[in-house]
Design a protein around this ligand. Structure first.
Ligand code: CAA
Ligand code: FAD
Length: 384
């Protein structure tokens, strides 16, 4: 067993770290405050090849492995989780699903520009539309319908909480075609945002990842050509579940980045701040917090890398990605809260970054399957 990163991994990690420091750190507090979508940062990520990291170069991607993806996600998330969620959705929910399950025409038309993150010089990213107002964890009970009309489907319904909702040009939409067939009556479709009948709802005003543009998306009699269905009839739910298994590695890595970012800030501050005549790092209560933070960060990183390694080795990573996500997101929540504590009153104000990391950490326990859903997936796997 080799715990050493190779030269290429180290280079990618450094490129992501440099990018986060030079491009994401400036203005991160203001973007959070103003809920400003980090368009410029995402365009630059696209130029680095980080919006289609794992896609084969013949489809416009950077051809990197999943380990590299974890490393890059961690570095970007340390600084700005609103940037990294757009990166995660485009890489693992959109590009991976298209590359793995789409036919050649669909790949040429959609995957190539999405993996590059640009089309005709403009930002070109995707979104993944599964959740609905009445169906989140209980994903098979969705109400959006895709009625088979012969040469096309007629799409009607509302999707909720969609990341990249307004900035995306392409939506991967999961919808019910034949409710009598349950999860086997569900299909996945490639839908363009500018098609007639597609309406972008209002932006959500959120606790965290405030720069990320989260919107509801409404479909009113949207005509979706048959050739835009992904896979065979009834494949949509399997498509969503398989895609989410990889997506959870992305969100686990996002949580890891928030956790390690908060830990590094707490460590630094503990060496600077003095109380009772010495730096606070000399107080055992602070030392023990830092020890627990460091241990949880390391454990979360190993789980993320293990899931990524399994993906790279073409093994089944459903269990390991859920384990990585539930552990890393709970670590991120705990570590970021303790990082605020280590900062005392300064931790409660925006300039010190840890309060934002704490707010951003919360969403990692909710999206791409709540912690309860991850425990459902894990317990089913270990009990079967
Ligand atoms: N791979 C392949 N097939 C799978 C699968 C997987 N990982 N998981 C389930 N299936 C199949 C099952 O085998 C079953 O098929 P059969 O009927 O042939 O046996 C079918 O799908 C239905 O599965 P379940 O009976 O297990 O379904 P369930 O209703 O019990 O739900 C669940 C299972 C794990 C809770 C699932 O609904 C789930 O993951 N819910 C959470 C949804 C979620 O993660 N949403 C995230 C939205 S995207 C997002 O959030 C993005 C973002 O924020 C940035
Ligand atoms: P519910 O499913 O109603 O859950 C409520 C509570 O009940 C949770 O604690 C849950 O864990 C618990 N619960 C539910 N069922 C069970 C059970 N069987 N056992 C134990 N506990 C249970 N979705 C997309 O499709 N695409 C996106 O891009 C996207 N981006 C998002 C961005 C943000 C900022 C947010 C907030 C959400 C996003 N989502 C997206 C939706 C997200 O995936 C859902 O919010 C999530 O899956 C939970 O669904 P819900 O909100 O309906 O909660």
């Amino acid at each position: 067993m080799d715990f050493q990163l190779n030269e290429e991994h180290l280079m990618i990690q450094k490129a992501a770290r440099d990018f986060a420091q030079t491009e994401c750190l400036p203005g991160v507090i203001e973007r959070d405050e103003l809920q400003k979508f980090p368009k410029q940062q995402i365009e630059k990520l696209a130029d680095l090849g980080f919006m289609g990291m794992m896609v084969d170069p013949k489809y416009g991607g950077a051809g990197m492995d999943a380990i590299s993806y974890v490393l890059a996600m961690e570095e970007v998330s340390k600084v700005d989780a609103s940037v990294s969620v757009a990166m995660s959705v485009n890489n693992s929910l959109v590009c991976w699903g298209l590359e793995t399950y789409c036919n050649e025409e669909q790949k040429q038309q959609y995957l190539v520009p999405l993996a590059q993150g640009k089309k005709d010089g403009e930002l070109y990213i995707g979104a993944f539309l599964l959740s609905e107002p009445e169906a989140g964890s209980d994903a098979t009970s969705q109400r959006t319908t895709a009625e088979d009309m012969g040469d096309h489907y007629l799409l009607n319904g509302t999707k909720n909480w969609i990341t990249n909702g307004n900035s995306a040009s392409v939506y991967l939409v999961i919808a019910q075609t034949d409710p009598a067939k349950g999860s086997h009556g569900i299909n996945a479709f490639i839908v363009e945002k500018n098609w007639p009948g597609v309406v972008v709802g209002a932006k959500e005003n959120k606790m965290g990842i405030r720069g990320s543009d989260t919107h509801s998306i409404l479909f009113n009699d949207v005509k979706v050509p048959k050739e835009n269905r992904i896979g065979a009839d009834g494949f949509g739910f399997t498509f969503a579940m398989k895609t989410l298994a990889g997506g959870r590695i992305g969100i686990a890595s996002q949580a890891l980045g928030i956790a390690s970012g908060a830990y590094e800030l707490a460590l630094k501050y503990s060496k600077e701040r003095k109380a009772f005549g010495k730096e606070i790092m000399h107080h055992q209560a602070i030392q023990f917090k830092l020890a627990d933070m460091a241990t949880k960060v390391e454990a979360a990183r190993l789980l993320c890398l293990k899931a990524a390694w399994e993906k790279d080795q073409k093994k089944d990573y459903t269990l390991s990605s859920s384990m990585a996500k539930v552990f890393a997101s709970e670590a991120a929540m705990w570590i970021s809260t303790e990082a605020v504590q280590v900062h005392g009153g300064y931790g409660f104000v925006k300039e010190y970054h840890v309060e934002r990391l704490m707010r951003d950490a919360k969403i990692t326990q909710i999206y791409e399957g709540t912690s309860e859903v991850q425990r459902i997936v894990i317990s089913r796997a270990i009990l079967k």
